[in-house]
Write a new protein. Structure first.
Length: 116
């Protein structure tokens, strides 16, 4: 997620291409870079803080971003005639799963340490 956030700052054309978007024109481009870059930056920061502080709640919060993205991709496909971007959907689900597993592992480790 951090690599994607940096890509939106350093090379937005390539960043857009990597996630199946066209880079928009003029004022729409600023919104696209700002909103999409923020999505990846906040996701990365939540995950990093969760790992650094060993706080599962931060990791759960980070997992909400790709998890909700997967849900909204399915909604767009089912209700708004969007193409089903299976590779992107699977990447979102995989990222959410990794973050949820990390949160579960951190929580288990903290409970194990507290019991000792």
């Amino acid at each position: 997620m951090l690599a994607n956030a940096l890509a939106w700052v350093l090379n937005p054309g390539r960043a857009a291409e990597r996630i199946g978007m066209a880079l928009l024109d003029e004022s729409a481009r600023g919104a696209q870079i700002g909103i999409t870059g923020t999505y990846f930056l906040i996701g990365a920061l939540l995950a990093l803080v969760g790992a650094w502080k060993a706080q599962p709640s931060w990791l759960f919060a980070a997992a909400l971003l790709p998890g909700a993205t997967a849900g909204l991709r399915l909604l767009a496909w089912g209700n708004h005639e969007a193409a089903l971007a299976t590779p992107s959907l699977l990447a979102d689900l995989a990222m959410a799963a990794v973050l949820l597993l990390a949160a579960w592992w951190v929580r288990r480790e903290r409970m194990s340490d507290a019991a000792s």
